[in-house]
Ligand binder design. Structure first.
Ligand code: GP9
Ligand code: MN
Length: 420
């Protein structure tokens, strides 16, 4: 129904939640939350603290999907810079996005707070005044300056309010940028090239810092890139072809950004995290993607393509490794915390480096694990590898145990439980 619908919906829902809503945390809910955190399995100590005391630079890339990585079109790499980077990074190739009605902003919330977004609407709009434990708050306690950068209207997705609750010290939005170059959307978005160039200048020069950057140019519609100089062969002039061109542009800007970090001596002094926020190829437009990947369409295969790359580099790391545990954006905060040597208090996600578990829970209640794929709206279960149906009754306990994460997260949000 489009963005306006969401924002209208959020506004009415906000009123309901804040004014008419029953937000008392009842004892049973409190007990459920406590039991959940008590039962979290202890993880190991691999790579613990390797980036302790370093800066943190995290980039959330608009609509960057996993399938473009290490892939070519007409003999040319789609993301040559990221492909090169991955060789000297930790690369997580089985990470699912978990956004809901808040789209980009939900991805930000997942990675910085490690709670799930809401089933309906945007968490930034509905609960902007909650108490949160977050990555910026944890780093602030360790003496960091924390800043978020996004060259768009300050109040879109209610970011101005939400960022206060999440605990960022500074918010650099469109008014803080010189509009000297445009790329993406209908040509009105500040280009990623300019965005990175200007943002780097704003990084704290006195203290260790956490800078969180959210890119914009590769936002749909991708038509802006139609004449862009990247040959997509038979997909020239199509939605899918334009998407590949937009991603190729984003990759080019990321490559330049990494070079600039190196030139400024920041690369060797910072933990750098790059990931995609959500899909770029919609279900409506997915036929070309399936054809390109030479995969037959099925609901399971569609779900398996809802992945985003997660790339992490810490100072001194030269030889990369690939982590293929299944995870989600909710796991980013605890994974970073381990590398930076602290334990997040109330993260729902898992540390991807030290976990033996392999699953992601999508916000619609579907689940991907290394064993099965559960499709919530069909209430159907399939073997992860073969796609064959599985007897759901044998797995009810497992499914419910996983879905409990969503329930606990919902109670925390709806009842503002951390405040209490
Ligand atoms: C603009 C952009 C929104 O703030 O981040 O992206 P969307 O949520 O539409 O992907
Ligand atoms: Mn987005």
């Amino acid at each position: 129904l489009g963005i306006l619908y969401f924002h209208f919906y959020d506004a009415s829902d906000f009123l309901e939640n804040q004014i008419f809503g029953e937000r008392n945390l009842v004892p049973q809910e409190k007990a459920e939350i406590e039991a959940f955190y008590r039962n979290r399995s202890k993880t190991g100590n691999n790579l613990r603290g390797v980036a302790q005391g370093k800066n943190l630079i995290m980039v959330q890339v608009e609509a960057l999907q996993g399938f473009v990585i290490n892939n070519t079109i007409n003999g040319k790499e789609i993301t040559p810079n990221l492909n090169k980077l991955i060789k000297e990074c930790l690369y997580f190739d089985n990470i699912y996005y978990q956004v809901s009605g808040g789209n980009t902003s939900d991805a930000e919330f997942l990675s910085n707070v490690s709670l799930y977004p809401l089933y309906e609407g945007s968490v930034y709009s509905r609960f902007p005044n909650n108490t949160y434990y977050s990555l910026p708050k944890a780093l602030k306690e360790l003496g960091y300056t924390t800043s978020v950068f996004h060259a768009f209207d300050a109040d879109f997705w209610n970011r101005r309010e939400a960022y206060k609750a999440i605990g960022f010290d500074n918010y650099y939005y469109v008014d803080h940028y010189i509009k000297d170059d445009f790329a993406g959307w209908d040509g009105t978005a500040l280009s990623d090239a300019s965005f990175f160039r200007q943002s780097i200048e704003k990084f704290d020069k006195e203290k260790p810092f956490y800078s969180f950057l959210i890119t914009l140019s590769s936002h749909h519609p991708f038509t802006y890139f139609e004449d862009f100089d990247f040959d997509v062969g038979k997909y020239e002039g199509t939605y899918f072809g334009n998407y590949l061109k937009a991603v190729n542009y984003a990759d080019k800007c990321l490559g330049q950004f990494i070079n600039d970090l190196k030139a400024k001596g920041l690369w060797d002094n910072s933990l750098v995290v790059i990931y995609g926020d959500h899909q770029g190829v919609t279900k409506q437009e997915c036929a070309a993607m399936f054809e390109y990947l030479d995969i037959g369409y099925s609901e399971c295969e569609w779900i398996k393509l809802q992945k985003v790359p997660l790339i992490i580099h810490y100072p001194g790391l030269e030889n990369g490794s690939v982590y293929s545990n299944i995870g989600g954006e909710v796991d980013i905060f605890p994974t970073i915390a381990n590398l930076m040597g602290f334990t997040p208090k109330y993260a729902i996600g898992k540390d991807l480096i030290n976990t033996n578990e392999s699953y992601a829970i999508l916000r619609n209640g579907s689940i991907v694990s290394n064993e099965f794929i559960y499709i919530s709206n069909e209430q159907a279960l399939y073997d992860y590898n073969t796609g064959d149906p599985l007897p759901i009754n044998n797995y009810v306990k497992k499914i419910n145990a996983l879905i409990n994460e969503l329930c606990v997260s919902d109670i925390i949000l709806e009842k503002d439980a951390f405040k209490k």
